[in-house]
Design a protein around this ligand. Structure first.
Ligand code: HEC
Ligand code: HEC
Ligand code: HEC
Ligand code: HEC
Length: 380
């Protein structure tokens, strides 16, 4: 951006959405930082992607105010009030030409948030929305820019049916659109995901009419060859340290107080050869899915949940998100029987396992727990 700014040409700087990270709390912490950095890029508009609601509307609004992020969207409403959650469009002027920037989200993308579950938002049909809105924007602006959070096929289908869009930036796409593409009267481009690329389109605009006369698209690849920016690098390094501190503060509520450094959890695979029948019973049980359940809840980094949904969380050499301990996901054999490194043959393991249930099946998380009926479901 420094380079682009130095050229001192009229510039529209936009993002077509899905800026935020995956739905879990560590990622939310990273997203705060991402937003802080994004705030330094001087974006004119960001089209809402479904990912940008991963941490709820309140968080999105907090980031918008804190870092001046200009999110817009014309078809997502609060399900309760029926109100649009963001400004539907924005008008900016460059070199005497007014550009109306508008954005829509694909209704087929599921919006899930960390905070409130499903059904908080309704998403209207993009075509209907834009057919109504674009003539109105045209009255305020000479040129209309669409940030289409619809992926490539969705964008293409829309533009075949829609009049009045001059420039379209595609979001929710995993591919760069590197060559000049025109669909009917609209110039279309987009850059791929994870901030790996920056798309650049030089547009030759007719002064007065605001019409796009020609377009020249290019991609900047932020690979290893791209030089580091010293200031950004320093901020990233500081953030990494802060993130470790953040994670450790949460983990510190669950210290590794049990067990011994000398013992190891061997992992469920290591029991398979000698206890195939037990293994099959375990493989079919809910315990083998315990971590997946957290993942689908967006809580797979949350110590408050990991303590019961992994193996040996509070034990020395037990689960952590680092290799090799990250293989101890789910409630494996050793979560009930204990460290496999010293195999008991004296009945101790059976007894230990019988007593283990209630450490996880407590009143809050398993109110219906009853040893006999529950054992029946996992017996081996
Ligand atoms: C380390 C924690 C932990 C221990 C120890 C544990 N469980 Fe579980 N159990 C879980 C978790 C977590 C789930 C939910 C898994 C899921 O579906 O995500 C679960 C689910 C189950 C289910 C499935 C419930 C259902 O509605 O289908 C049964 C049955 C069960 N446990 C029985 C037992 C018994 C019996 C013991 C003791 C012998 C035991 N568990 C010990 C954590 C534990
Ligand atoms: C004290 C142990 C414990 C903690 C802490 C815990 N869970 Fe569980 N969880 C269980 C047990 C036990 C079950 C199985 C309950 C049953 O079926 O009786 C379970 C079941 C579940 C299920 C249901 C699985 C299904 O599909 O039916 C989900 C989802 C889940 N837990 C998510 C979480 C999340 C998210 C957290 C953190 C906020 C969490 N758990 C914290 C022990 C725990
Ligand atoms: C949810 C807790 C739990 C998990 C997970 C679990 N077990 Fe067990 N297991 C038990 C309990 C409880 C007993 C003792 C039952 C009894 O004797 O009343 C037991 C008994 C056994 C026995 C002795 C069977 C016999 O009667 O001789 C073997 C062997 C065994 N488990 C192997 C495994 C293996 C291998 C795995 C993983 C593939 C596994 N268990 C996973 C709770 C568990
Ligand atoms: C090299 C073969 C072998 C491996 C590997 C092995 N076991 Fe065993 N295990 C045995 C034998 C043999 C017995 C004793 C005979 C019996 O009770 O079935 C036994 C007994 C047990 C018992 C009953 C112990 C008691 O006295 O309380 C449990 C529980 C058990 N194994 C669990 C496991 C678990 C969990 C693993 C993986 C960490 C595992 N075993 C790995 C061979 C093995």
């Amino acid at each position: 951006m420094d380079k682009v700014w130095q050229e001192n040409k009229p510039l529209l700087n936009v993002d077509a959405g899905d800026v935020f990270g995956p739905r879990n709390q560590n990622e939310r912490e990273q997203t705060r930082f991402l937003c802080e950095m994004l705030g330094t890029l001087g974006l004119d508009a960001i089209g809402l992607g479904e990912q940008d609601l991963n941490y709820g509307l309140e968080f999105l609004r907090e980031m918008m105010t804190q870092h001046g992020l200009p999110f817009i969207n014309a078809n997502v409403r609060d399900a309760k009030t029926g109100e649009l959650i963001l400004p539907p469009y924005k008008v900016v002027e460059r070199n005497g030409v007014k550009y109306g920037i508008v954005s829509v989200l694909d209704p087929q993308q599921q919006i899930l948030t960390l905070t409130g579950g499903e059904g908080q938002f309704t998403v209207a049909d993009p075509l209907t929305t834009l057919r109504e809105l674009v003539p109105k924007i045209r009255q305020e602006a000479e040129s209309v820019v669409l940030l289409a959070h619809l992926g490539e096929p969705g964008t293409e289908a829309l533009l075949k049916e829609l009049q009045g869009i001059d420039i379209c930036v595609v979001g929710h796409s995993y591919r760069n659109i590197e060559t000049e593409r025109v669909i009917k009267d609209t110039a279309v481009f987009g850059s791929a995901y994870e901030g790996r690329f920056q798309g650049r389109a030089d547009l030759f605009i007719e002064v007065g009419s605001g019409r796009v006369m020609a377009i020249d698209v290019g991609m900047i690849d932020f690979d290893d060859k791209a030089p580091e920016d010293a200031d950004v690098k320093a901020r990233v390094e500081k953030f990494k340290t802060d993130l470790v501190t953040f994670k450790e503060a949460k983990r510190s509520a669950y210290p590794r107080i049990h067990g011994s450094e000398k013992e190891q959890f061997l992992g469920d695979r290591s029991c398979f050869t000698c206890h195939e029948a037990a293994w099959q019973s375990y493989a079919a049980s809910a315990h083998r899915r315990a971590y997946t359940s957290l993942r689908s809840d967006g809580q797979s980094n949350e110590p408050d949940c990991l303590v019961c949904h992994t193996t040996g969380y509070q034990y020395k050499n037990g689960y952590s998100d680092e290799r090799p301990y990250n293989s101890l996901v789910n409630v494996q054999c050793e979560a009930c029987h204990g460290y496999g490194s010293t195999h008991a043959r004296d009945g101790k393991w059976r007894l230990q396992a019988r007593n283990s249930c209630v450490t996880c099946h407590d009143q809050a998380n398993s109110p219906e727990f009853d040893y006999a009926t529950y054992w029946e479901k996992i017996k081996h």
